[in-house]
Design a protein around this ligand. Structure first.
Ligand SMILES: Cc1ncc(C[n+]2csc(CCOP(=O)(O)OP(=O)(O)O)c2C)c(N)n1
Ligand SMILES: [Mg+2]
Length: 323
């Protein structure tokens, strides 16, 4: 499925977000290797079409609950690279004010982002709660919730889908099927490797989409969100991709067969989109220019984050409700 509802200008914007996501990711990994204080380092490589395509499909008033590999969604939604790097470096200027050096907790309700909860898949029912609040208030808003293939085997995933379906919640659940849950391949944790089929058990639509095709992801998520806002109920979307690096940076992923990686590397989401853009008349020079600007923006963010202050220890109990 490669149908697109994007204009030429929008396609270039989407491409720019994908390049920014990739540039951020590469810089984050390099900084970690240099020992420059980067916290939880979950590479997003391979996930750019999902996080950007889905994030781009959100309406301004929608709410999203991203996960640890959804940097693109955070960026599209308005978390700047400055704040994201400051978060990873534990600085006061980070999204959590230095409380979590991770993508965990990187929520900002003013931007419609529910902070990611480390426990899997605990953001999923929280996101359903937000969706139900829109229903009860009669607001035409929807919630997009992300989860992983591994987390889709947990009880909460199923309980949430059951309730969302029963109540026709304005809720879209996107499973990022990146073939692995840490070191466990999908076929070793479920018999139903076609994860979109899980929707059948709840009487809602289940859609499987090429997670390396940003326009396909965008189209599927947009359709599901539009439907949810109009009262059509929830959709389960499976976006198939590959986690191109280890679970986190300390994991060398030696358990992944090289041939599997090579197969997916040949379908890199950025390259796929570049080929399509070039085929429609965009010059490679223009694309490289976008890449260079993204790298410069990322570099500026690193300098800013490293120059930012540490949190004031006197604020340690701020935001703690039962100190
Ligand atoms: C309840 C719970 N158990 C274990 C973990 C540790 N953990 C974090 S991510 C992860 C793997 C998740 O795999 P998947 O859902 O496929 O997401 P992916 O990392 O591949 O994007 C595990 C086991 C956790 N965070 N929460
Ligand atoms: Mg996974």
């Amino acid at each position: 499925m490669t149908e697109t509802s994007l204009t030429d200008r929008e396609r270039l914007e989407v491409y720019t977000w994908m390049r920014l996501t990739r540039a951020f990711d590469e810089r984050m990994v390099a900084l970690w290797k240099q020992g420059r204080g980067v916290g939880g380092t979950f590479s997003q490589r391979g996930h750019e079409a999902i996080s950007v395509g889905a994030g781009w499909a959100l309406a301004p008033d929608d709410v999203v609950a991203p996960m640890h590999r959804d940097l693109g969604t955070f960026l599209v939604r308005g978390i700047t690279p400055l704040r994201a790097f400051a978060s990873l470096m534990g600085r006061a200027t980070g999204v959590t004010g230095g409380r979590d050096i991770n993508f965990h907790g990187m929520g900002d309700l003013s931007l419609g982002i529910i902070g990611f909860i480390s426990h899997l898949p605990h953001s999923v029912p929280v996101a359903l709660g937000a969706a139900m609040s829109f229903r009860y208030r009669g607001e035409k808003r929807a919630v997009l919730s992300f989860t992983g293939d591994g987390a889709s085997g947990s009880g909460l995933f199923h309980e949430t889908l059951n309730m969302a379906a029963l109540w026709d919640a304005p809720y879209v659940l996107l499973v990022e099927n990146n073939q692995y849950a840490y070191s466990t391949p999908v076929h070793e944790h479920t018999k139903v490797t076609d994860l979109a089929r899980r929707a059948d058990g709840y009487g809602i639509p289940g859609v499987s989409v090429d997670g390396n095709d940003v326009e396909a992801v965008h189209a599927a998520v947009k359709m599901a969100l539009d439907r949810a806002r109009e009262g059509g109920g929830p959709t389960l979307i499976e976006a198939r991709t590959m986690r191109m690096m280890g679970h986190a940076i300390h994991d060398g992923a030696e358990y992944v067969p090289p041939a599997q990686l090579a197969e997916w590397a040949a379908r890199d989401p950025l390259q796929l989109f570049e080929e399509r853009l070039v085929a429609t008349g965009v010059s490679r020079d223009d694309l490289e220019g976008i890449g260079r600007r993204c790298e410069a923006e990322v570099e500026e963010a690193v300098v800013w984050a490293e120059g930012s202050p540490w949190p004031d220890p006197a604020t340690v109990t701020d935001g703690v409700y039962a100190p």
